[in-house]
Design a protein around this ligand. Structure first.
Ligand code: ATP
Length: 589
């Protein structure tokens, strides 16, 4: 899908991010490096808050999810098993004139007249180039302009005075074969692997190749057994991980949306295959309609779990300030699904540059653990005593039916994976026979989110402008970042009304000290109070506390109280210092 190249709101957001220290270009003083971004003081806090909220809601507040923190570089075989070495690529093409690189599937569709040439010759020099070339011109443009571009192309191939040959015109509609900037023909698309390669150890040869992980998920799969054995968790349970991922994106763009180094927050939630649930519970519960299916139940099949996680993730976004109305659910069509996936829902956010993926929630069958079992030669299945007992009590025809279905699914996987037919038949039979012994391969539901995309969504969603008019009639447009208090980088601004009154300053310092152990509190005494509010509004600080003469007891009834001002509506209320901390904690955590 093509995206608009210029977007005023995005420009404002990018400029605010730099001006206020949310996001900087990486290596900026050296001209930057494409696809890499740094988080400044406010951005670093915002990011930490988001990660902390995800981690808390995914692991600490649940009995059935535990955490993992794995290395970025792992055994290269992992990326063969996962399919990344062979298939993790984007189609890429280059402009034949400027060498600019494009992702072939993202080039905007173009129509017009293509001028084809079979080659060119330089009569004076007695040389010729027979490489064909073409230029696309929008309707109504004179052919001269195509000839100029084509001459440029042949000049680059060594002809000082090219005479174009074999000109032919063709009407073209919705083509992605030409550079949208200059009309030049592009190279044929070719796959480009997105993994960053490196070498482990001092010898830079093929035996020592390693990859920077392109996703955090694989580490979870390869540590599944260790975690299951040590955490006393039993399927269904999940393993969560967040951390850096690296993809050598062909065309990084849209600010941090598509970066080459980014962070992911991923959960692999392992579930029993439906046949196992049926053996244990008699039947498998399937969704009765849209919406959250409620607390997990033992008889849930993969569809219930999948829907549960889609809804849980939407609830998470809602709770941190991205309401449902800002999100869209996109259910991938059967032809779009990865071959192993049973269903994938992309949660899309309405970014200023278009509605795009924030998170994907995929039902990935037992593909990942099965792949690692085959590639490592280590069993990845689990044993469940309850299954063994339940199986023993099933009527024979039920056993036949369930093990038949399990067998067919395993056989399908093994044949797809390229296991020779005879071997696959034998392995699938063994796998199906394992059910009677209480053994099976877990399936997985994977909610996979990007931290940086979420930060960008939160920033875009928070961005708002208000116009104020002062006493002299001067109007001013101010930016207010309406972050949800739980994600806001600074939670509270603390101000003495005047900076030249030592008693006010001392009291304000005291209040600041009282709060700062529990939240990021920002002390500011510089400038008029209105200016200080405006600065905090721009940083997205939800509350500002002002210490004034009443705080010191000028109005005795108000002694030791402060004004607390709300960012979004400018409302002010009076609160005792003693109650302040609890008041804020209840709102910002
Ligand atoms: P896209 O189609 O947009 O490239 P994807 O489907 O390849 O994304 P996944 O492999 O499913 O993405 O990765 C899970 C999540 O990681 C995405 O939903 C996104 O939030 C994040 N992510 C993926 N690639 C990038 C990137 N280059 N920059 C920032 N975040 C990314």
């Amino acid at each position: 899908m093509s995206e608009p190249r210029v977007n005023e709101l995005m420009e404002k957001i990018v400029s605010l991010c730099k001006r206020r220290g949310f996001v900087f270009q990486s290596s900026e003083i050296y001209g930057g490096i494409n696809g890499f971004w740094d988080y400044g003081p406010l951005g670093a806090e915002l990011k930490r808050n988001v990660k902390e909220l995800w981690w808390t809601s995914m692991t600490r507040r649940r009995d059935d999810v535990v955490g993992l923190e794995a290395t970025i570089i792992m055994h290269p075989q992992i990326w063969r098993a996962s399919g990344h070495v062979d298939t993790f690529s984007d189609p890429m093409c280059d402009c034949l004139l400027t060498r600019k690189r494009f992702r072939a599937d993202q080039i905007e569709l173009q129509s017009g007249t293509a001028y084809h040439y079979t080659g060119a010759r330089d009569t004076a020099a007695g040389r010729a180039v027979t490489e064909p070339y073409a230029v696309l011109l929008p309707a109504g443009k004179p052919p001269e302009s195509a000839r100029k571009t084509a001459s440029e192309f042949y000049r680059l191939r060594g002809l000082a005075q090219p005479e174009l040959e074999g000109e032919r015109m063709e009407k073209v509609e919705n083509s992605q074969r030409f550079n949208p900037d200059n009309g030049s023909l592009l190279t044929e698309p070719r796959p480009f692997n997105l993994m960053f390669k490196t070498y482990v150890g001092p010898v830079a040869d093929e035996d020592n190749v390693a990859y920077l992980r392109p996703e955090t998920a694989q580490a979870i799969f390869v540590q599944f057994k260790n975690v299951a054995d040590t955490s006393r968790q039993k399927v269904p349970f999940g393993i969560a991980q967040m951390g850096k991922a690296f993809r050598n994106e062909v065309t990084p763009r849209n600010f941090t949306f598509r970066s080459r180094e980014f962070e992911q927050m991923e959960l692999e939630f392992f579930i029993q295959p439906d046949e196992v649930v049926e053996a244990l519970c008699g039947t498998v519960a399937t969704p009765s309609g849209p919406g959250h299916p409620g607390e997990p139940q033992r008889n849930w099949g993969w569809q219930m779990w999948h829907q549960y996680w889609v809804e849980e993730r939407i609830r998470f976004y809602d709770a941190i300030g991205l309401p449902r109305t800002t999100l869209e659910e996109y259910w991938q069509k059967p032809e779009e699904l990865a071959h192993y996936a049973r269903a994938t829902v992309d949660l899309l956010f309405k970014f200023p540059f278009g509605t795009q993926e924030l998170e994907g929630i995929a039902a990935r069958s037992d593909f990942d653990l099965s792949q690692h079992e085959r590639f490592s030669g280590k069993s990845q299945g689990v044993f469940d005593e309850d299954l063994r007992t339940a199986w023993g009590k099933l009527p024979e025809e039920r056993r036949q039916e369930l093990s038949g279905r399990y067998h067919d699914a395993r056989l399908k996987y093994l044949l797809r994976a390229g296991v020779p037919a005879e071997q696959a038949a034998k392995d699938a039979r063994e796998d199906a026979d394992g059910l009677a012994k209480g053994q099976y391969m877990p399936h997985v539901i994977e909610p996979s989110a990007g931290v940086d995309r979420l930060i960008l969504a939160l920033v875009a969603n928070a961005y708002s402008e208000t116009t104020t008019t002062d006493e002299k009639g001067k109007t001013e447009v101010r930016t207010v970042m309406r972050f949800h208090p739980t994600v806001a980088p600074v939670k509270v601004g603390v101000f003495p009304l005047l900076k030249n009154k030592p008693e006010l300053v001392a009291k304000a310092r005291e209040v600041h000290g009282l709060l700062r152990g529990d939240m990021l509190a920002f002390y500011d005494e510089a400038g008029a109070i209105g200016r200080r509010y405006a600065r905090q509004d721009e940083a997205g600080t939800p509350f500002c506390v002002t210490i004034d003469f009443d705080t010191l007891g000028e109005t005795p009834a108000l002694k030791d109280t402060v004004t607390i001002r709300h960012r979004d509506d400018g409302r002010q209320e009076r609160l005792s210092i003693a109650a302040l901390k609890d008041y804020l904690i209840a709102r910002v955590r």
